[in-house]
Design a protein around this ligand. Structure first.
Ligand SMILES: [Fe+2]
Length: 400
């Protein structure tokens, strides 16, 4: 599996993995030259160059296999499954909700850039609809968050973070009014970036120390913008302020630790990193959802509370909704409903034969099939739709 380690813990012989040094703008000090570290001298040089972390491959089962399985079937307690609206029916509504939310995100970012007030009433209306969708069928939002185009990333990311946070909050059993405030905080978590010069936000090369210091101020800028404009609930402001704080105190702006980080911020931080990892950008390809979760598990005790990241993984599943999977029959399917109790057996829509030719979609509930004694069908692995130049959109939305 892959684990994020501080530079001072690097040892000769460790295998550095390249994810992308630009994957998170708030991690510009990530050493990501792939290969085995040869000597102490090399590690000293990495440290002297100002790098703070590296992702390394450590011994153990593959990140998409037994480790997560063991983790997910661990001791955390779950509420019994809730009644949901059937996926296809819920998706028809969720698509409209998502598309309206995208328009709203564009509007509020534009307004803030022009120094105008954020329309809070319309924001509450937008998030209210997201909360309804999460309650009716959370998988619809998880699928839609994986279908956005990279050229719309800035806006899609606001909505995806709001949606994923609300889905996780709903899984944790938060009451509706809290879900709405959590969604608002998720949607507005990065508004402060509008106050950071665009040349720094858009810079693709490594940031200088002073540029990074400026980026690190965006949570406070966001908090100030909202607080200055109108009466905003404290837990929303705290979430915006703390969304880059980390469990071990290495985050910013205040280097808060563990439970001193605002609870909404801890949820938003999980959603933020998951969406950043699994999104296509102009300079990097998306990481598969199950791999992204494995990487996040490797960030436990540093970026995330180990129990909280575990629960997040359990909420999304080993094969998160919207994943393309290859079956033992050679056919391919898309996951449209995860199964927290039996994470290896989600509901899937089989859409392609072994030669990647489309076939009439067949809906299969792997858990139900197994309960009926049909053990012939199982998921072998997640597949990358981009590798087959495949868009999953038509298979997951009403156009499918
Ligand atoms: Fe941020």
């Amino acid at each position: 599996m892959i684990r994020k380690v501080p530079v001072e813990e690097l040892q000769p012989g460790m295998h550095v993995v390249k994810l992308s040094s630009e994957i998170w703008e708030h991690l510009p000090f990530l050493y990501s030259k792939p290969g085995v570290l040869q000597s102490r001298k090399q590690i000293e040089r990495i440290s002297a160059d100002g790098y703070l972390h590296a992702f390394i491959q450590v011994d153990g089962p593959d990140e998409s296999g037994a480790t997560l399985d063991t983790l997910l079937t661990g001791p955390t307690q779950d509420a019994p499954p809730k009644p949901r609206v059937p996926f296809e029916q819920a998706m028809q509504v969720a698509e409209v909700v998502y598309s309206k939310a995208m328009h709203h995100a564009k509007r509020i970012i534009h307004d803030v850039k022009l120094g105008r007030k954020v329309d809070f009433e319309a924001s509450v209306e937008t998030v209210d609809a997201i909360v309804d969708s999460a309650i009716h069928n959370p998988d619809t939002l998880l699928c839609l968050s994986k279908l956005s185009d990279y050229d719309e990333y800035t806006y899609a990311h606001c909505i995806n973070v709001a949606a994923i946070s609300v889905v996780f909050g709903e899984y944790l059993g938060l009451p509706r009014d809290e879900l709405v405030r959590l969604g608002l905080a998720g949607m507005m978590h990065d508004l402060g970036k509008t106050a950071v010069p665009a040349r720094i936000i858009n810079k693709r090369a490594r940031l200088t120390e002073s540029e990074f210091e400026e980026i690190k101020r965006h949570p406070e800028y966001g908090c100030d913008i909202l607080a200055r404009q109108q009466e905003v609930a404290d837990d929303i402001l705290e979430a915006v302020r703390d969304h880059h704080e980390k469990y071990n105190g290495s985050g910013y702006p205040e280097r808060r630790t563990k439970k001193t980080i605002a609870p909404f911020a801890r949820i938003i931080s999980l959603a933020d990193v998951y969406d950043a990892l699994t999104s296509d950008r102009s300079y990097k390809d998306a990481i598969l959802p199950n791999k992204a979760l494995a990487i996040m598990y490797g960030m436990r005790e540093q970026d995330f509370d180990p129990i909280e990241v575990q629960r997040f993984i359990k909420c999304l599943g080993i094969f998160p909704s919207g994943s393309l999977v290859r079956l033992n029959t050679g056919f391919y399917g898309v996951v449209y409903e995860s199964n927290p109790a039996l994470p290896l057996m989600p509901k899937i829509k089989i859409i392609l034969d072994e030669d990647l030719h489309p076939i009439p979609a067949e809906l299969v509930d792997l858990a139900a099939a197994q309960a009926l004694g049909n053990r012939d069908l199982e998921i072998l692995e997640c597949a990358d739709p981009a590798a087959y130049r495949l868009s999953l959109k038509p298979y997951l939305t009403r156009k499918g």
